[in-house]
Structures are given as structure tokens and as C-alpha cells.
Write a protein that binds this ligand. Structure first.
Ligand code: FEO
Length: 406
């Protein structure tokens, strides 16, 4: 249980969760970490704790450096249980002089743990706190991604403890960005943003500007999940700056489910139409792609084409579930279209169109439905749908306004 030194007297003392594979419906295929940080100074400070079940790992790492009873301050950057689950036990053992949190953090701690007597110290945004030789300051990051969220900045070491922001769900023995595979790191960082932060993109944009305006020199970003950005913190800041404005990569995603391959045949003909227009695309069958992986592609795609047959006057459950998930994350700035086969009622296309309109997608086709099994003429219509979406993407690239047809 070795602690890892980030800089002199600043240590990672968190826990590695190699086993978790689900975070509220987000598939964490590579596990995760719950990061906590210990600062040794006149006032010994622990920043964040870990999920229930990992207290021993946290405390053993701390014990390798110092007797936990010597901890004076406990900073709670974020109240969600993966970072505060062991808080009552830690507070009981450590008996800290201060439990430091935001105003909303105080409310959330009270609602979670119902402990009025903890020695709360509610910080105001920008407040500075001397630990002796080192100084902490606090940046309120409300709704990124909970009301209580805040960053803590360690001035002398130029380390930003960024809570959930800039993290990844990635279990590894390596603790720093320069020690892990870069493709895996950026894939997991993208997936994390896509599945947790997409709906807060306007706030991310504001926060990045706020941090830039504060002119905080940032040598390292130390999030609560995944690796610490020491070699290239600019890389993740640049990625967030790009993701939060939903620029789009000019590509189309054809996301579909199928019962007896009719809708799949339509998907392939639509793809052929996209290719005619020189548009790169990806076919995503929901039977074999987890919604949280699909959201990675949604984050960066410029067009979303949804395909689903009608079942019981509605959609197949996988598409209905995916739409519910995507709608919650509110991706913006997308071109959209829908298609699907049906037997006798055929509501699925309309339902998918409605869902996309609710997300403010620009629908460039009224939608295409085919009874039972498509024949050649139907597949030609699918190719034309691909052409319509492809042309809209080409127009968008040239800066032209795209008109919605419904
Ligand atoms: Fe990692 Fe919002 O908790």
C-alpha cells in the first residue's frame, strides 16, 4: 500500500478498484480509482476520501506516511459516495479540526450523513487557507457535476485537485498520465466526459474561462478518478475546451437495433448513401454496443441517424433505453434522421423523431419506414436518406445554415 509522491510532501493515498464494471449505467470496463491526497504541513490535510469498502486501503497508505490522527483538515471537494462513503469512519478515527467544504457541500453532507456536530468549515469561492508553508484556495464548480462540487488549488505546488473533472475510470498501477497508454487514456477521458459531463457543457465552458481568467499556473491536475496529469495537463484542458463546444467531427453515426435484419438492411443502405457523399460513418448496432461506449461517438459525431423497428406500438427496449440515456446527457448541435421497419402499426420512426426534436437535433429527413422486409426500391430510398444527411453535413462544413424538414 505505497503512497505516491506528487511533489514534496504531497501524496496520492487513494484506492484502486479493479473490479467495478458499472457506474449508474456507465460501463467501467477498465475499473476505476478513488483518489485521495495527503498534504504534510503544519496543518496536515487530507483531500477527499474513498468509496465504502476501501477505507483500509486509504488508511494504510496514510499510515505509511503519518499517523492518521495527525490529520487536521479534511477537504470534501465532492459529496458523492464514491468519494465520501468512508467519511463517517474517517472522521471518527481522525477527529479533524476542520471538515472543509462548499456551502452546497455542507448541505449535501448533512443530507447524506445527518451529522450536525462535525467541525464544518464552509469556504467561500476564492478563499485562501494557510496550512503552514503551503496554501490552499477553493474554486466553486457548482453542478460540475453536483451542486456541492469544488476544486481545491495548492498554490505553492501549482496543483489543482479537480474532484470529478478531468478524470477517467481507469484502474492502473501507474498514477501519472505519462506512464499509461495514451490512446487508452484519451479514450477513457472522452468516455468519462461523454457520460458524465456532456449535459453540463455550457458550465464547463464557463469554468474553463473562469480558470483562465484567474491565471492560476497549473503544473498538475489531480482528479478524483484515474491518473494525475503531470506531464501534460494542457492536453486534458484542451480536450475539455473542444468537447464543451460540441464542434462535431463531420462524421455520421447510424445507431440502430433490428429484429429480423430489415432495419439492419436499411442501415447499410443509408451508410452507402453517406459514403456516396464522401462522409465517414460508423454503424452501431445496440445489440453489441453498450450505450456508454456509444455516447463516446455521439459526443464527437455531427449527425445521428437512428434506426429501430416497431414493437408493441413503440420502440425496441434497447433503443428506448438508449434514447432515455442520450436525452439525459443532452448532446447538442447534431443533424438527425430516423428509419425503421414495421409490421402493422409503425410508430417507432415518429417516436425517434420526437426524441431528437426534443434534443434540438436538426432533422433533415422526415423519416423512413418500411413494412416487413425492404425491397430494392425501399433500399434506394434509404440511400437517398444517406444522401440527404451527407449533403447536410457538407453544407454544415461550408458554414451554410441547415434547414430542418420537420
Ligand atoms: Fe466520482 Fe461524482 O463522483
Amino acid at each position: 500500500m505505497n503512497p505516491i509522491e506528487l511533489s514534496k510532501n504531497v501524496y496520492w493515498v487513494g484506492a484502486i478498484d479493479w473490479m467495478t464494471r458499472d457506474f449508474h449505467g456507465y460501463s467501467t470496463d477498465r475499473g476505476t480509482t478513488y483518489n485521495a491526497y495527503l498534504i504534510i504541513d503544519e496543518k496536515v490535510t487530507l483531500i477527499d476520501t474513498v468509496k465504502e469498502g476501501y477505507r483500509r486501503e486509504l488508511m494504510n497508505r496514510i499510515r505509511n506516511i503519518i499517523d492518521p490522527k495527525k490529520i487536521d483538515y479534511l477537504v470534501v471537494n465532492h459529496v458523492e459516495m464514491d468519494h465520501s462513503g468512508v467519511l463517517p469512519d474517517v472522521i471518527r478515527e481522525v477527529e479533524p479540526e476542520k471538515v472543509i467544504c462548499s456551502k452546497m457541500g455542507h448541505k449535501a453532507l448533512m443530507k447524506h450523513f445527518h451529522e450536525a456536530d462535525w467541525p464544518y468549515h464552509v469556504v467561500t469561492p476564492g478563499e485562501e487557507m494557510s496550512l503552514g508553508e503551503k496554501t490552499l484556495s477553493f474554486v466553486e464548480t457548482r453542478m460540475l457535476h453536483w451542486p456541492d462540487s469544488m476544486f481545491t488549488y495548492l498554490k505553492e505546488d501549482q496543483i489543482l485537485f479537480s474532484s470529478d473533472a478531468f478524470g477517467e475510470h481507469l484502474a492502473s498501477s501507474e498514477r501519472f498520465d505519462d506512464e499509461v497508454n495514451q490512446d487508452v487514456l484519451m479514450y477513457e477521458a472522452t468516455k468519462y466526459y461523454a457520460n458524465i459531463l456532456t449535459l453540463y457543457s455550457p458550465l464547463v465552458k464557463k469554468l474553463i474561462k473562469q480558470v483562465q481568467d484567474m491565471h492560476l499556473p497549473i503544473k498538475m491536475i489531480a482528479p478524483d478518478h484515474g491518473v494525475i496529469w503531470r506531464k501534460n495537463p494542457g492536453k486534458i484542458l484542451e480536450a475539455y475546451s473542444r468537447w464543451c463546444v460540441n464542434e462535431g467531427n463531420g462524421k455520421a453515426l447510424v445507431i440502430y437495433d433490428s429484429m429480423w435484419h430489415s432495419t439492419e438492411m436499411m442501415a447499410k443502405s443509408i451508410a452507402a448513401g453517406l459514403l456516396d457523399k464522401g462522409i465517414n460513418y460508423k454503424l452501431v448496432n445496440l445489440q453489441v454496443n453498450h450505450r456508454s461506449n456509444v455516447m463516446c461517438d455521439v459526443l464527437e459525431a455531427s449527425a445521428i441517424i437512428l434506426g429501430c423497428p416497431t414493437l408493441n406500438n413503440g420502440m425496441l427496449p434497447r433503443m428506448a433505453g438508449f434514447l432515455m440515456y442520450m436525452r439525459g446527457l443532452r448532446p447538442t448541435n447534431k443533424i438527425g434522421a430516423a428509419f425503421g421497419s414495421f409490421g402493422w402499426s409503425g410508430e417507432a420512426v415518429k417516436l425517434m423523431n420526437t426524441a431528437m426534436k426534443e434534443m434540438n437535433f436538426t432533422l433533415v429527413h422526415k423519416g423512413l419506414k418500411v413494412q416487413y422486409v425492404p425491397e430494392h426500391g425501399h433500399l434506394e430510398e434509404c440511400v437517398e436518406l444517406g444522401h440527404a444527411v451527407g449533403q447536410a453535413l457538407l453544407d454544415m462544413k461550408e458554414g451554410k445554415d441547415i434547414e430542418a424538414v420537420i
